[in-house]
Ligand binder design. Structure first.
Ligand SMILES: [Zn+2]
Length: 416
């Protein structure tokens, strides 16, 4: 007799989740870098990383192995450390100020405002702002920089408190947070409560259609709870008093959407490109489970050539290092079963990560300046979405005939 536990339930609509999108086995939390002492003491736990798709609302989602508060309350990631991300934020602020004519009488709120990397651009333009950030240490850094910040997990309750204090936002930015909230319905329900009648909320998130088409399985990790299509987000909006009125496709994170939303009865007219994107998702079959069931075999087809590349490099006596100790690299390496026997070290600019080991694979993290001592024959660029930037920054490998390698959506060796 098998002991079949009840399937988990959809984090949006509550339907039982009976269809697997991809089961990636047991992996460590992708952002929990470890020390030699942690490894010796067995403090490098693995948790099931199993993405399922809901047959009712088509939300692709992973289980929550540890409470979100434990992951995010003292979050080590400070947005200002990523140069390209700060530039993305600056362009966003410029575009929103112009399009929605924001000025000194407007209010811009950002959810998960981090260290104020985005709101600082609105403040510089003389526009009042308010950040909402769950990690107290990160919020303190924002306040020290002059960015008013409320320490809170955003959701219906936090939004009610803000609304009672008279918060009515002309713009609410939620960039790269929607995919990371455990209770997505409660989170989205907060927006209508703090928006002015014609206020605008923007949501940026990696587009599930790109994840599927380009086999970006390495963007799946425990802290990334939801994998979103326009279709599913519009279903969530409809249940929470919002509607989308425009969408932009962005190159960030391997292909993201920036969705513009307003309260259901607001005056914003719907842009034609919204209907075009809905049609594109329907043509790709995102409203049928078959589109999701075909993903797992394609992941195998990405892993095999990369493992063959490593085997060949070893056979030829070539050294392999990696670049970028980011979450997606950790999923990729752990799912492929790669260790420090295959990849000697990984270079990363974050001083907080240097000297530590990648979770699971235990590959040591070194400062990029040390690449001249190591002189790897191959440099595997784990954040493939930043390949152009990294090729420029690490072109020194040409001096000893080194080559770049990316593994997603397929293994390619690139000349510097
Ligand atoms: Zn559902």
């Amino acid at each position: 007799m098998t002991d079949d536990p009840a399937p988990p339930r959809c984090r949006f609509c509550g339907a039982p989740l009976t269809t697997t999108f991809i089961d990636l086995g047991e992996t460590p939390l992708a952002n929990s870098f470890v020390t030699e002492a942690d490894v010796a003491a067995g403090r490098d736990r693995r948790y099931p990383l199993h993405a399922r798709v809901c047959g009712e609302c088509f939300l692709v989602q992973v289980d929550e192995p540890v409470r979100a508060e434990a992951i995010f309350s003292d979050y080590a990631y400070f947005s200002s450390f990523a140069a390209s991300w700060v530039e993305h934020a600056r362009r966003y602020a410029e575009a929103m100020i112009a399009r929605f004519r924001l000025g000194p009488r407007s209010l811009v709120v950002e959810i998960a405002s981090n260290d104020g990397y985005l709101l600082q651009h609105f403040i510089a333009a003389g526009i009042p702002t308010l950040g909402v950030e769950p990690a107290a240490n990160v919020a303190a850094a924002a306040i020290a920089k002059g960015v008013p910040t409320e320490v809170a997990f955003f959701g219906r309750a936090a939004a009610e408190r803000l609304a009672q204090r008279g918060v009515k936002a002309d713009l609410v930015a939620a960039n790269n947070v929607l995919a990371h909230v455990p209770d997505i319905r409660d989170f989205v329900a907060g927006f209508a409560l703090i928006l002015a009648p014609d206020g605008v909320a923007t949501f940026e998130f990696p587009h599930l259609l790109n994840l599927i088409r380009q086999t970006q399985f390495d963007t799946i990790y425990h802290e990334h709870f939801s994998y979103l299509s326009l279709m599913t987000v519009e279903t969530i909006f409809a249940a929470t008093g919002l509607r989308a009125f425009d969408v932009e496709e962005l190159p960030t994170h391997g292909g993201s959407l920036r969705l513009f939303a307003c309260r259901t009865r607001a005056a914003h007219r719907e842009a034609p490109r919204l209907a075009a994107l809905r049609a594109k998702e329907r043509e790709a079959g995102l409203d049928s489970l078959d589109a999701y069931r075909g993903f797992a075999p394609r992941v195998e087809a990405v892993k095999r050539p990369f493992l063959a590349f490593l085997a060949q490099a070893r056979a030829e006596g070539k050294s392999v290092a990696a670049y970028g100790a980011a979450a997606k690299g950790n999923t990729f390496l752990n799912v492929c079963g790669v260790t420090s026997a295959d990849i000697a070290c990984v270079f990363d600019r974050s001083t907080a990560k240097q000297g530590k080991l990648l979770p699971g694979s235990h590959i040591p993290i070194l400062a990029p300046e040390r690449i001249g001592e190591i002189k790897p024959d191959y440099l595997v660029v784990l954040p493939w979405n930043l390949i152009d930037e990294i090729k420029t920054n690490m072109k020194v490998i040409a001096e000893w005939g080194g080559r770049f390698v990316v593994a997603v959506p397929q293994t390619r060796v690139l000349a510097p």
